[in-house]
Structure formats: C-alpha cells, structure tokens
Design a protein around this ligand. Structure first.
Ligand code: S3P
Length: 173
C-alpha cells in the first residue's frame, strides 16, 4: 500500500465519504473528512460559511485545512469536498503529497443521490439540475488528473473500495 495519504476526489454525491470510511477500515488507518475538518475549524456549518462569508471564504478554509492535513505526513484516507480541485494550489499539493483517487459519477447518479438534500449550498434552488451539469462539465478535466479513476456506476460502496484496493496494489507493484 502507498506510504502517502489516499485522497478521494469526485463530484458531490460520488460517495467519497462512504467509500473513504470503508477503505480506511480495510487499510487500518484514519479516515479524515475534509468538509468535517472545515466545519470544526470554523465552528459553522458549510451552509453557514457560504451564507455568511461566501464561496471564496469557504475555498480559503478548504485550502488551509487540506494543507494542514497533508503537512502532517499521516498515512490516512481523506475524503475531499467536490470543489477541492478548483484551486491549482490544492491540485499541486494533492499530487505532491498523496495518491489521488477519483470517483467518477454520471449526472443521473448525482441528481438521484442528491435529491432533497439541503446541505449543499451550490445545489440550492430550482435550477439545480442544470447547475450540476455545468459544474460537472467544468470540473471534468480537473477530476481526470488523478492517479486512479474509478467508474462507480452500478457499484456498491464495498465494490468501489475493493476496486480501489486492487488498483492501489497495482500502483505499488
Ligand atoms: C462542494 C462540495 C461539498 C462541499 C461544499 C462545496 C463543491 O462537499 O465541500 O458544499 O464545490 O462541489 P461534498 O462533495 O462532500 O458534497
């Protein structure tokens, strides 16, 4: 297994947190949820940060927490927020310090999974489906820049974790 953190990237609803927990358990290491670290550090929910200070402020906190976690050198599994790839600084840091595993989802999967969810400020409002499509398209290239990409369509959380483990073995072979 790699001696660097495993960093899960992917759009909202791609299953990063669920898969990350299973993966960390299988690798006997700590699971870290980047959004949860941001919430803990700010003392505010993601919705509150966006509403009070705006997306830029959220991205600043995201960047700071990612840097803090990756500087620790701990071997862990990190589930990032879907927008972590937006900042070049984050992309460079993740590439340098970790193994990037991207979970690919389809637009249909995302819309299905995030239906009725109220804790994603970027998906609030009636135009959400169109916004999801545009956001996904805009980020596709950034997500593609990963060490491993997994197509999650039709796979359970356990399946995805098993495929990642297999691919990680391939990387270190
Ligand atoms: C975001 C994804 C969210 C969270 C924030 C912004 C994004 O995390 O960080 O709402 O820009 O895609 P999840 O991908 O865990 O939902």
């Amino acid at each position: 297994m790699p001696d660097r953190p495993i960093i899960l990237t992917g759009f909202m609803g791609s299953g990063k947190s669920s898969v990350g927990k299973v993966l960390a358990e299988k690798l006997s290491c700590r699971f870290i949820d980047l959004d949860a670290e941001i919430v803990a550090a700010a003392g505010l929910s993601i919705n509150e940060i966006f509403a009070r200070d705006g997306e830029d402020a959220f991205r600043g906190l995201e960047c700071a927490q990612l840097e803090r976690i990756l500087s620790s050198g701990e071997e862990c599994v990190i589930a990032t927020g879907g927008g972590v790839v937006i900042r070049q600084q984050n992309r460079e840091l993740m590439r340098k310090r970790g193994v990037i595993v991207n979970l690919k989802v389809t637009l249909e999967q995302v819309l299905d999974r995030l239906q009725g969810c109220s804790d994603r400020p970027l998906l609030a409002g009636e135009k959400a489906p169109e916004r999801v499509r545009v956001l996904m398209e805009g980020r596709e290239q950034l997500y593609a820049d990963a060490d491993i990409r997994i197509d999650t369509n039709g796979k359970s959380v356990e399946d995805v974790a098993a495929v990642i483990l297999c691919r990680l073995k391939g990387l270190s072979a």
